[in-house]
Design a protein around this ligand. Structure first.
Ligand code: PHE
Length: 463
């Protein structure tokens, strides 16, 4: 995927390569694990509607801005700002991005490790399925079985650590090799298979008795749910949009720096955002009908997917084979995301601190390793890290759009978006309006509300 070009720097070799890599970064656990449970906790339909609005009005403009910055500077997020705005403090946005990358990579790789546990277990369960009586279990029993496994596994010490370390190694290995033939080759084959598999699960799920309630929950906005905790719901929708699109921390500045000059940035951003959102919604359509059909609580929290999917698997011919395939693909989807987060740190270490790619990767892995191990042993730290994207990414995104809207010259952003006049930029005025006014004002307002509500929840006396 990355090839020579751009003055000796690596670059993506084709339009498809760019989209595969950026969509690979965007599509991951955020869509299949995080989206359904966050939507479930926040009332379903109304959350989805707000989420979609944020993706369109804020997410896509931020993504385009990141591509513009990355491609025009051809550097990591810190170096990019130093180059485009020398002598100013804008590069602190890059530093914030690198810090966010450490935090996100730590908890994300832990969850990615869970997929390995479930992958291995599903082989074991397949082999033992007669003994454990999987095909004869009723729904209640299947749920109990998986929920018990989830509890014992997640609260254990060694297994989560081991899977985390394994996942970290895979990620580091791919990043060290410069992302060349490995991940892109597999991502191109496996991501479409993941989509097909999800669609099969959707078909099974929506044909369950009682599925309708799940679809109503997901697609029919019930605004009375928002009244209960409006700030929380809106902030989490914004945070989830940033997290799912991989924006606000320089991942796409970094990937943008590998995009060739002739590629159309706006098209790429829209395709990636559409693909990412489609997969999240499809994951919701696979999960919620089953949640309602089997009487699971949609607000179950992080284990939602891990206890809902098995009941769907069990109601399908082939049972645990589906489980195996699903966790395998989920694991690949996670890796195409973890490498993009690690790449932010590695690009920073190697370009700004003059390290070899290898040394940079090893150093990053060791430091993230410490943080990740803390996440596996402390559920408080895990929850804190898992909640941090909700504020950190919008904060980064705010400065990114302000930079493009108010600092970078219009000629520069326009020529970057039009690839020096090769493409028409009919949307440019709309884009400018969004990055100048809509996105910064909306993010600033919501961020302030978010911080306020966090403070209130920590010190209830003030409110
Ligand atoms: N977007 C990824 C997902 O949805 C996670 C991610 C966040 C990747 C931030 C890179 C940067 O799974």
């Amino acid at each position: 995927m990355l090839q020579g070009g751009n003055g000796g720097r690596d670059s993506f070799s084709s339009k498809f390569g760019v989209i595969a890599a950026a969509a690979g970064s965007a599509i991951g656990l955020g869509n299949i694990w995080r989206f359904p449970y966050v939507a479930g906790e926040n009332g379903g339909g109304a959350f989805l509607l707000i989420y979609l609005l944020f993706v369109a009005a804020i997410g896509i403009p931020v993504m385009m801005s990141e591509f513009v910055i990355g491609r025009s500077a051809q550097l990591n997020p810190v170096g990019a700002f130093k180059k485009i705005a020398p002598g100013k403090k804008w590069h602190l946005i890059g530093i914030l991005g690198v810090v966010s990358a450490f935090i996100i990579l730590a908890f994300y790789t832990v969850v990615a490790g869970w997929t390995l546990e479930y992958l291995v277990q599903s082989v074991k369960w397949m082999l033992l399925s007669n003994k454990i009586g999987f095909s004869e279990m009723d729904n209640e029993a299947v749920r109990g079985f998986f929920s018990n496994h989830y509890e014992t596994f997640v609260s254990g010490i060694w297994r989560p650590i081991i899977w985390f370390v394994v996942m970290m190694f895979f990620t580091g290995y791919i990043v060290i090799s410069g992302v060349k033939n490995g991940i892109e080759k597999y991502a191109k084959i496996l991501m479409p298979i993941l989509l097909v598999l999800l669609l099969i699960l959707v078909i099974r799920s929506v044909t369950l008795d009682g599925a309708r309630d799940g679809l109503v929950f997901l697609f029919k906005p019930d605004f009375s749910t928002i009244k209960e905790a409006p700030v929380k719901i809106i902030i989490e929708a914004l945070g989830q949009a940033f997290f799912s699109l991989s924006i606000g921390m320089g991942t796409l500045i970094t990937y943008g720096s590998y995009i060739r000059k002739k590629e159309n940035l706006a098209n790429t951003a829209v395709s990636v955002a559409v693909a990412d959102t489609f997969i999240a919604v499809i994951a919701g359509v696979a999960i919620f009908p089953a949640v309602f059909a089997f009487g699971i609580d949609p607000g179950e929290g992080p284990e939602l997917v891990y206890i809902t999917l098995p009941v769907i698997f069990q109601s399908m011919a082939g049972g645990l084979i589906w489980a195996f395939m699903f966790f395998l693909l989920l694991c690949f989807a996670a890796i195409t995301s973890t490498i993009s987060v690690l790449e932010v740190i590695v690009a920073y270490f190697s370009e700004q601190l003059n390290m070899s790619r290898r040394k940079a990767t090893i150093l990053a892995m060791i430091s993230v390793g410490f943080l990740g191990i803390i996440c596996t042993v402390s559920s408080e730290v895990f929850s804190l890290f898992n909640a941090s994207p909700d504020l950190m990414l919008p904060l980064g995104g705010f400065f990114i759009v302000v930079f493009i809207g108010w600092f970078l010259s219009k000629e520069k952003s326009r020529s970057e978006l039009s690839s020096n006049g090769a493409y028409r930029t009919r949307f440019y005025r709309l884009f400018m309006f969004l990055v100048k006014f809509v996105a910064p004002l909306a993010i600033a307002f919501l961020f302030a509300l978010g911080v306020y509500s966090k403070v209130i929840s920590l010190f209830p006396g003030i409110g």
